[in-house]
Design a protein around this ligand. Structure first.
Ligand SMILES: Nc1ncnc2c1ncn2[C@@H]1O[C@H](COP(=O)(O)OP(=O)(O)O)[C@@H](O)[C@H]1O
Ligand SMILES: [Mg+2]
Length: 314
């Protein structure tokens, strides 16, 4: 089969931690052709989506993990599956990418479905299941944030709606002389919505990342933060430990899986702290290499095999 990865340039790929790289490497190992392109390489002519793609060869090499061949124009309707793997932010360029990929509907499998990618903001999508989440409020208004902090016991976290990788997540403490300044900074002085959430002390034991494939768990990872940091994200210096999908997690998964399937969100990463859902990552979920290493299991294999089966059944 022929797969296209729409993603960031190979220069940012880390061969030993990157999920996109692991998927590309596995697709190659299974004998498929793998192409790479940037979102700016997509082009639409006569309503048909094309891209200037480069054939990618992968090797576990820190210097050049992905080598790209010469560019060639290809009609994406002739490709078997497209993976959208650009890193956040979700900006206008990203929105347009999803709208261009709409042209492939019913023609080429796109992981994840571009409509799902548009609809599912990683923080707000989870709010459909408030009973699975810690108490959460979305607001741009300082006074509402302050009364929420008081209401949930004097401690909370505030996070930017479009944040990722732990960026901009801050702890809020009632009575802290910096409280106003922190809120104003995240809401850009009341001009932007922010998510405020009850503080879960369990984050210190780890923020569990559960990878789901077509609504089924394929692995989990516990990210333990540095002792002096609120963010557990690996990018912020958190460390990866073995994670187990327990009974409580299965209950969460059971509830959300039907909606994920409906929205074409085939490959996603749930974040669970203290048994509560905090986020559903859909744009470019990570963790596959760390889970594979810890569990001594090639989790990427499951993803690629699933895509092959899905394309074959279409
Ligand atoms: N309610 C919370 N209580 C305590 N810590 C939290 C809470 N929500 C998030 N965090 C911390 O912030 C990190 C990032 O939060 P998350 O909501 O997953 O956003 P991001 O998209 O930046 O990963 C988490 O890994 C965790 O360490
Ligand atoms: Mg997260």
């Amino acid at each position: 089969m022929r797969f296209l990865f729409v993603m960031d340039p190979p220069s940012v790929i880390k061969f030993d931690s990157d999920t996109s790289f692991a998927l590309m490497l596995e697709a190659q190992a299974q004998g498929h052709r793998v192409d790479h392109c940037l979102p700016t390489d997509l082009f639409l002519v006569g309503g048909v989506l094309h891209a200037n793609v480069r054939r990618a060869s992968m090797q576990r090499d820190p210097i050049e993990p992905v080598a790209l061949a010469q560019g060639e124009d290809v009609n994406l309707e002739t490709i078997d599956a497209v993976f959208v793997r650009t890193d956040p932010p979700f900006d206008t360029a990203y929105l347009w990418t999803t709208l261009l990929l709409e042209r492939l509907r019913d023609k080429t499998l796109v992981v994840n479905d571009p409509r799902g990618l548009r609809d599912a903001n990683e923080k707000l999508y989870a709010c459909q299941w408030p009973d699975l989440m810690p108490e959460t409020m979305v607001t741009s208004q300082r006074e509402r944030v302050k009364s929420f902090v008081k209401q949930v016991g004097g401690r909370a976290v505030i996070k930017p709606i479009d944040g990722a990788g732990g960026e901009g997540v801050m702890a809020l403490l009632e009575g802290d002389p910096n409280l106003r300044a922190i809120i104003d900074s995240v809401t850009n002085n009341g001009r932007r919505q922010a998510m405020v959430q009850r503080y879960l002390p369990e984050y210190k034991q780890g923020d569990k990342r559960i990878l789901l494939l077509d609504g089924e768990p394929i692995g989990a990872l516990l990210r333990v933060p540095k002792s002096d940091d609120i963010a557990s994200n690996l990018r912020m210096g958190g460390t990866a430990h073995s994670g187990v999908v327990d009974e409580a997690d299965r209950k969460i998964i059971e509830r959300i899986a039907p909606q994920l399937r409906k929205d074409g969100l085939y490959f996603v990463g749930l974040d669970v702290i203290g048994g509560l859902l905090t986020e559903i990552n859909v744009t470019s979920p990570t963790g596959i290499q760390q889970i594979s290493k810890i569990n001594k299991e090639n989790v990427s294999k499951l993803v690629i095999e699933w895509v092959v089966k899905k394309v074959g059944a279409a």
